[in-house]
Design a protein around this ligand. Structure first.
Ligand code: NAP
Length: 373
């Protein structure tokens, strides 16, 4: 077979503020080809990329390495590395079979000789000082249902990082009890919609916000008692009317920390707040960021606020996730919605921006389908 096109998304300029720009910070490179039958595997395996999972954490990896954060940064001139579902097309590794599907961090390119870099499969949270967590260490793993009972996009959502994030955070931080009230911001997002479902399964009452009426209806369909559109009703008015709250799952909101402020006021004593995402704030210049007014409530109400990244809690709760969640999905007890925001490699740069832009219109997890199996 003659060499075929091997498109890739290359990182070309670091992001200093605001949103990245397609063509400036990263670009689609269509100049490369690959001979998939003869490319040397050196004991590894060759994968074809099928479903890309654009996620807000990619923005963190585009920053300058001198800016402190929880993760390492992208390499200039190299393919962007992020979550995706791939299929194995050739293998010289005994444990990896042709036709198996895998999910994890991988270069965003048509075909990749794996592992794409040596020594990535290390999972040592105890060694992660701030800024040293290497996202690439969340390497490809064979998916638990290799025969493909579920649509592959589910592995980017309920069976992937968003599901894992919701599960480990609910188990490790929120620890909700029946009858308690949980407030979830961005409840229609990939993570938010799963947090809501886990809360409902555990008998919690849920208040949840999102940026459009369609998202409000989606959250209502998940069983949320008080879904609201933050563009129409203020956090303060809804929480003072429908609170108090026992816990708050913070994803992001369009105005930075306004939801957090209202939640501090509405919290009971000993409330638990899980800070999971801040992408809305990341795109806003420092001077324009919202300043907390109710921070004094943290002490007065002895509120616990814990920021986390999912790998912090995987050692404790990751195994439980893989034992429980695939079964709940198979039984139809947990659902997830994915929205296709691109259908070919040419769509990828704009789709990344779309995913990072405020109120990007979709409910559920954005995915890009770049190839058929
Ligand atoms: N801590 C962790 O380990 C971990 C793991 C996974 C994800 N996360 C974080 O969790 C959050 C949600 O992730 P996800 O995968 O569920 O996201 P998602 O499905 O892409 O949804 C993001 C939602 O956030 C809202 N939003 C508001 N302002 C935004 C902005 N400036 N940019 C982008 N979205 C904005 C939008 O909903 P509205 O229209 O309702 O505002 C959007 O639909 C992100 O902040 C992500 O970084 C954290």
């Amino acid at each position: 077979m003659a060499p075929i096109a091997n498109p890739r998304v290359v990182f070309i300029e670091r992001l200093t503020s605001g949103l990245p720009v397609a063509g400036k910070h990263f670009v689609l490179d269509t100049s490369r080809t690959i001979d998939i039958e003869n490319v040397p595997l050196n004991g590894g395996y060759l994968t074809k990329t099928l479903v890309l999972s654009p996620e807000p954490a990619m923005r963190e990896r585009m920053r300058d390495p001198s800016v402190p954060s929880y993760t390492t940064t992208y390499t200039l001139g190299a393919s962007i590395v992020a979550f995706a579902v791939v299929v194995v097309v050739r293998s010289e590794k005994e444990s990896i079979k042709v036709g198996e599907y895998m999910y994890g961090q991988t270069p965003w390119e048509g075909y990749t000789v794996q592992p794409y870099t040596e020594g990535r499969i290390t999972f040592k949270p105890e060694e992660w000082a701030p800024g040293t967590f290497d996202m690439d260490s969340l390497a490809l793993q064979v998916v638990p249902d290799p025969k493909g009972t579920y649509p592959l996009s589910k592995y980017t959502n309920i069976m992937g990082t968003p599901g894992l994030t919701a599960f480990v955070g609910m188990e490790g931080i929120i620890e909700g009890k029946e009858g308690e009230t949980l407030f979830v911001s961005s409840g229609a997002s990939g993570v938010g919609s799963l947090v809501i479902q886990l809360a409902k399964m555990n008998g919690l009452r849920v208040i949840a916000s999102a940026g459009s009426d369609a998202k409000v209806e989606y959250m209502r369909s998940l069983g949320v008692e008080v879904p609201f559109n933050y563009n129409k009703e203020s956090y303060e008015s809804v929480l003072s009317k429908h609170g108090p709250i026992h816990a708050f799952w913070v994803l992001q909101d369009n105005v930075g920390a306004e939801a957090l402020d209202a939640a501090l006021d509405a919290s009971v004593a000993h409330g638990r707040f899980a800070i999971c995402g801040t992408v809305a704030t990341d795109n806003v210049q420092f001077e324009e960021r919202y300043r907390l007014k109710n921070a004094f409530q943290i002490m007065k109400k002895r509120i616990t606020i814990r920021g986390f990244i999912v790998p912090d809690l995987i050692p404790q709760f990751g195994g439980q996730f893989f034992q429980e969640v695939p079964a709940l999905v198979a039984q139809g007890k947990l659902q997830s919605e994915e929205t296709i925001i691109g259908e070919k490699w040419e769509d990828v740069p704009e789709a990344i921006i779309k995913m990072m832009s405020s109120g990007h219109g979709h409910a559920g997890k954005p995915v890009i389908l770049v190839a058929q199996q």
